[in-house]
Design a protein around this ligand. Structure first.
Ligand SMILES: CC(C)(COP(=O)(O)OP(=O)(O)OC[C@H]1O[C@@H](n2cnc3c(N)ncnc32)[C@H](O)[C@@H]1OP(=O)(O)O)[C@@H](O)C(=O)NCCC(=O)NCCS
Length: 177
C-alpha cells in the first residue's frame, strides 16, 4: 500500500480494490452526487470499475485521486488529490485538485485538511507548476475549500449546461499572499 502523505487525522494513500465497500457507499449516495451530475452508481461492479480506472491513472500518469483513511479507525473516508484532467475544459489539459467524502464525514474540516496537505505535496514534492480546480457555482462547501487552500478565482465556465467557478494557482504564486 503506497502512502503519499499524512495529515493530523488522515492517511492519504493509493486507492485499493479493498476500498470497494467504501467507494460504493460514497458513489451510490444521492447527496454526494448532488453537484456531480446527479447520477450516483447503483452497483458494486461500477464502484470496482472506478477504482480500476483510478489505479490505471496511477500507472499512466503517476497521479490519480488518493484514498483518505481515518488514522484512528482505518475507516475509508473518501478520496482527495490530483487528476490529469482533459474533459472539463476542451482547450486545455491540467492538474485538477478535487475531493469526495462519505457523507458521515462531512462538516468536520476533513475536506480542507486533506486538500491543503495535497496542494503542498503537489507543489513541493510533485513539482507541479500549476494546480486548478472547479466547483458548481452553488456548491458552497467545495468553493469554500478551493478558496481556503489558496486557489484564485479566475472565471466562470459551463460544462454540460452547469455553471462552474474556475480556480487556478501557480507554484510561483503559492504562499506569496
Ligand atoms: C465538498 C466536501 C468535500 C466538503 O468536505 P467537508 O470536509 O465537509 O468540508 P469542510 O468541513 O472542510 O468545510 C469546508 C468549508 O465548507 C463549509 N461547509 C461545509 N459543509 C457545508 C454545507 N453543507 N453547506 C455550506 N457550507 C458548508 C464549511 O463551513 C467550511 O467553510 P468555512 O471554513 O468558511 O466555515 C463534501 O461535502 C463532499 O464530499 N461532498 C460531495 C462530493 C463533492 O461535491 N465534491 C466536490 C465536487 S466540486
Amino acid at each position: 500500500m503506497k502512502i503519499h502523505l499524512e495529515t493530523e487525522r488522515c492517511i492519504i494513500r493509493d486507492l485499493e480494490e479493498s476500498d470497494l465497500d467504501g467507494m460504493f457507499d460514497l458513489d451510490s449516495n444521492v447527496n454526494v452526487h448532488k453537484f456531480l451530475g446527479k447520477n450516483p452508481i447503483k452497483t458494486k461492479d461500477e464502484a470496482l470499475e472506478i477504482i480500476k480506472n483510478i489505479r490505471g491513472q496511477y500507472k499512466d500518469f503517476g497521479i490519480g485521486r488518493w484514498a483518505i483513511e481515518d488514522k484512528a479507525t482505518n475507516d475509508f473516508i473518501g478520496w482527495t488529490g490530483f487528476k490529469r484532467e482533459k474533459k472539463l475544459r476542451p482547450d486545455r489539459v491540467y492538474i485538477d485538485i478535487g475531493y469526495r467524502l462519505r457523507e458521515k464525514f462531512w462538516g468536520k474540516g476533513i475536506g480542507t485538511e486533506t486538500a491543503l496537505a495535497c496542494l503542498k505535496y503537489g507543489f513541493e514534492t510533485l513539482s507541479f507548476d500549476e494546480v486548478c480546480g472547479c466547483a458548481d457555482i452553488d456548491h458552497t462547501a467545495s468553493n469554500a475549500i478551493l478558496r481556503k487552500i489558496g486557489l484564485q478565482y479566475i472565471e466562470d465556465f459551463e460544462f454540460k449546461g452547469i455553471s462552474l467557478h474556475w480556480y487556478a494557482l501557480k507554484k510561483s504564486e503559492w504562499k506569496i499572499k
